[in-house]
Ligand binder design. Structure first.
Ligand SMILES: Cc1ncc(COP(=O)(O)O)c(C=O)c1O
Length: 392
């Protein structure tokens, strides 16, 4: 490995930069996970997570990546042969659907343009046609990380209600939590899942599932086999702040610090900061003359910006040049978008100067890679912050 001075720029839409405060909080020996100190830690974390998700019932924590919470949401609420529905709006929604298939569920897929936010009316029509209510759950991504397009979660909830359909509403907020508003209770979500390595500023390794009373009811009769992810044992142990098996204690030390930091910044400020960084990034992309992959403003993501490459150019070639020359990692195109887009993560522990540095790296990379573009993207981003300040 070539020696690299300075800090690596990890500008993926997750894992994100882990702040020193969190690294230090984790840098200690594990404690007895059945002892009194742990019980207090567990109770504090479980309470803090309810605030972050705005979920009054319960938030489950698993020593698993986000995919674990996908599985947890399905096996705890559904039975073999149940039907679920999802849009074809991106790689992560497709992968969640594939998990459902492998568990023996039947998945209806609503065709969709990956570049646009999903239209709730399409879901309403599909559910309206399911007269005998065979569809048991709707699976959607809030921020579809492969495309950088945000879904209208309240609008989708309203569509389910207008169709008068009892399906459970399962939402993937892996990359939206703490970057964009997410109100589990108020938006009528039954299971909201997320992961540690994005807006929560932690390393990968924890996942979460916030649940509604309706989801807990479904769990009592759901017939899919489950063991590790079973909510019953977890609920019993969580009552006193413990877990039914050895938890990822040091990640939980980090999570406690993350919740403290989020509290210090304040929810509104965290969301505004993300919106401000995203707006400037979009200004840079527009000034370069490149396309934001997301074609509609209502779908713009505060967590990331996905950039479409001009025809005949290769996003992975560009990313490699930027990595080699400037030691910066950008997100790759996933699934059918491989080589066609790159993704700039601007979520988690990040500020204006970090985004400015990121955009400098991209602009220099575009030049070095010979990608047709106009200069001035960085200037355009700086102008957003300097003219609009905190209100940008
Ligand atoms: C929206 C979304 N859902 C699910 C996942 C899967 O999470 P993990 O890779 O942590 O298992 C990711 C990962 O980036 C994601 O962005």
């Amino acid at each position: 490995m070539t020696f690299r001075s300075g800090r690596h720029f990890l500008q993926l839409p997750g894992p994100t930069n882990v702040p020193d405060r969190i690294l230090r909080a984790m840098d200690r020996p594990p404690i007895d996970h059945r002892g009194p100190e742990f019980g207090e830690l567990g109770k504090r974390i479980l309470l803090g997570l309810k605030e972050v998700f705005r979920a009054s019932e319960h938030v489950f924590v698993y020593p698993a990546s986000g995919s674990g919470a996908w599985e947890a949401a399905l096996v705890n609420t559904l039975s073999p042969g149940d039907r679920v529905v999802r849009y074809d709006n991106g790689h992560f929604c497709a992968t969640w659907g594939a998990v459902a298939c492998s568990l023996g569920l039947t998945v209806d897929v609503l065709p969709w343009d990956w570049r646009r936010p999903v239209d709730p009316a399409v879901l309403e029509e599909h559910l309206g046609g399911d007269k005998d209510h065979q569809i048991k759950a709707v699976l959607v991504t809030h921020n579809e990380t492969s495309t950088g397009v945000m879904g209208d979660i309240p609008g989708l909830r309203a569509a389910i209600d207008r169709a008068g359909h009892p399906a459970l509403f399962l939402v993937d907020a892996v990359s939206s939590l703490c970057a964009m508003e997410l109100l589990h209770d108020d938006w009528g979500i039954d299971v909201t899942i997320s992961g540690s390595q994005k807006g929560l500023m932690l390393p990968p390794g924890l996942s979460f599932a916030a649940v509604s009373p309706k989801a807990l009811d479904a769990h009592r009769t759901a017939g899919l086999p489950r063991s590790y992810f079973d909510w019953s044992a977890m609920l019993r142990a969580n009552e006193s702040g413990y877990f039914p098996y050895t938890p990822a204690t040091n990640l939980l030390f980090g999570l406690a610090e993350s919740l403290t930091m989020l509290g210090e910044e304040g929810r509104e400020n965290t969301l505004k900061r993300h919106a401000r960084l995203a707006k400037a990034t979009r200004a840079a992309v527009a000034a370069w003359g490149l396309e934001n992959f997301c074609l509609e403003e209502s779908g713009f993501s505060s967590a990331q910006t996905t950039v479409k490459m001009p025809d005949g150019t290769d996003a992975d070639g560009l990313r490699n040049i930027i990595l080699e020359r400037f030691d910066m990692s950008l997100g790759s195109g996933l699934g059918k978008l491989k080589g066609e887009v790159f993704r700039i993560g601007h979520l988690g522990d990040i500020n204006e100067l970090m985004v400015a540095g990121t955009l400098c790296g991209v602009e220099m990379g575009l030049e070095l890679a010979g990608v047709p573009h106009s200069p001035g993207g960085v200037q355009a981003a700086l102008a957003v912050w300097s003219t609009e300040g905190e209100d940008a």
